[in-house]
Design a protein around this ligand. Structure first.
Ligand SMILES: [Zn+2]
Length: 106
């Protein structure tokens, strides 16, 4: 099987890099309140977009870390919910998943 663990580690590094970019964006605007209204409105919209990207990325990162933990514990191929083996094809497509297709919500 392809090295799912190293794939997840790469993904984790990528997500962490993205998160620090979002955080840098959020902190950058600290004292810049002298813009005209339109610019402020645009900025606020951007911040909202970045906010939702940030929480999405954070959720993804949590999931990746969780999957890595299960691999470390030797149960990375088992469904977290029912304990059955997860289809390897499913793991190939979704390396960060921890449930089988029957237990998945989506
Ligand atoms: Zn299951």
């Amino acid at each position: 099987m392809t090295n799912r663990k190293s794939e997840l580690e790469t993904l984790r590094a990528d997500l962490q890099a993205r998160l620090s970019r979002y955080e840098a964006h959020q902190h950058r605007e600290g004292g810049a309140l002298e813009k005209d209204f339109e610019e402020q409105a645009t900025q606020t919209q951007n911040d909202e977009v970045v906010d939702s990207l940030e929480s999405e990325t954070r959720a993804e990162l949590t999931q990746v870390e969780h999957a890595l933990e299960r691999i470390e514990n030797g149960v990375g191929d088992e469904c977290e919910s029912c304990g059955e083996a997860i289809d390897p094809r499913r793991l190939q497509v979704l390396p960060y998943t921890t449930v089988c297709i029957d237990c998945a919500d989506d």
